[in-house]
Write a protein that binds this ligand. Structure first.
Ligand code: SAH
Ligand code: SF4
Length: 335
């Protein structure tokens, strides 16, 4: 189907039919495999002030932390021993970690994992030169969501940072040779159904390798604290649409989906998501990385989560895979 046929289909069917189709498309490419990525939230310092985010710089209630290189490497070592082949290093925009420090961490991860593991970064906007250095050091993938495809709304939500600048970062990452991930939140205040459709179409246009679609959950210490919380249905429909438009992309079942609904991750894994990201940040730190309230699995180490996730997805006939799981991107819908 072309992208306009997919949008027509999306409008004309109920959620169950949409979901079944998206699951079929996903299984035709990825079978019943769910790729695992170990998520390390290495710093909750951020110089940005995104209105939606619990760790924005203007929130004085956050207990800030930074993991030293040695701790990050120890977590990677433990994860690699348990079979993980992708490590996602996420943080606020924290210039304490210079590009030189990050390149050293990436190089050491590659050494520790015999070059077998993929390194994904999610540390916000940087210059093209910085992205190039990180790629040359061995980083494989980079995640940076555009959050919403409505330029005015984007600029408002991100404390004045323009949508054009965010897209430039995505373009730079692609030019530097990264597998590129982006995506958006679902259920932001004033968002319309058309915004959600435009978001999905933009992902298609960008030919993303990875695409995160997560529910927006209002944080009580942010300017959006009184925004309404939507149920998981919006995220289910958005995930299914994303899968239909980008059959080959890697799409995670987000922790936010699991936090909004106890079975949220299972639900989105049945409508096109094919990735889970157990949070292997030390419990003492991850409880301070609260982008939104009600985040799950704060007391467990991510390694305990791996066992739990295995049991959970067995209930929906899926199987965890410890492969690197590179994306099969070139399968985007044509206009
Ligand atoms: N600083 C980096 C990475 C950390 S934020 C960046 O901004 O790209 C990672 C993602 O968390 C953001 O892209 C955003 O989509 C999501 N997020 C932030 N606040 C949220 C909230 N209140 N509810 C749901 N997701 C949120
Ligand atoms: Fe910082 Fe990312 Fe939160 Fe924005 S969303 S305030 S860039 S951590």
């Amino acid at each position: 189907m072309t992208s306009s046929e997919i949008i027509n289909f999306y409008h004309s069917v109920d959620t169950e039919t949409l979901s079944k189709k998206a699951n079929l498309v996903c299984e035709s490419i990825y079978g019943n495999k769910v790729y695992l990525r170990g998520l390390i939230e290495f710093s909750n310092y951020c110089q940005c002030d995104c209105l939606y985010c619990g760790i924005r710089k203007s929130n004085p209630h956050v207990q800030r932390y930074r993991l030293p290189q040695q701790s990050i490497l120890e977590i990677v070592k433990a994860g690699y021993k348990r079979g993980l082949k992708t490590f996602v290093l996420q943080s606020g925009e924290d210039s304490y970690y210079t590009t030189k420090m990050l390149t050293e961490i990436i190089e050491k991860i590659k050494l520790l994992t015999n070059n077998e593991a993929a390194v994904t970064l999610s540390c916000g906007m940087k210059s093209k030169n910085d992205y190039q250095s990180l790629k040359s050091a061995g980083a494989d993938r980079y995640l940076i969501r555009f959050e919403t495809s409505d330029p005015k709304f984007h600029q408002y939500l991100r404390g004045g940072i323009s949508f054009k600048r965010r897209l430039k970062a995505l373009e730079d990452l692609k030019t530097c040779g990264f597998e590129v991930g982006s995506g958006y939140m679902v259920g932001l205040p004033d968002e319309t159904e058309q915004t959600r459709i435009n978001n999905a179409l933009l992902c298609n246009e960008l030919e993303l390798d990875m695409l995160g679609v997560g529910p927006f959950i209002p944080h009580p210490k942010t300017p959006l604290k009184t925004a309404s919380l939507h149920n998981i249905e919006l995220t289910i429909r958005a995930t299914a649409l994303a899968r239909l438009l980008l059959p080959g992309a890697n799409i995670p079942a987000t922790t936010a989906a699991g936090s909004l609904d106890p079975l949220g991750r299972e639900k989105v894994l049945q409508v096109g998501a094919n990735v889970l990201m157990p949070n292997i940040t030390p419990p003492d730190n991850k409880k301070n990385y609260l982008l939104y309230p009600g985040k799950i699995c704060l007391d467990e180490s991510g390694f305990e989560c791996m066992g739990c996730l295995n049991n959970r997805i067995a209930t929906i006939d899926k199987k965890l895979s410890l492969e690197r799981g590179d994306a099969k991107t070139r399968l985007c819908a044509t206009p």
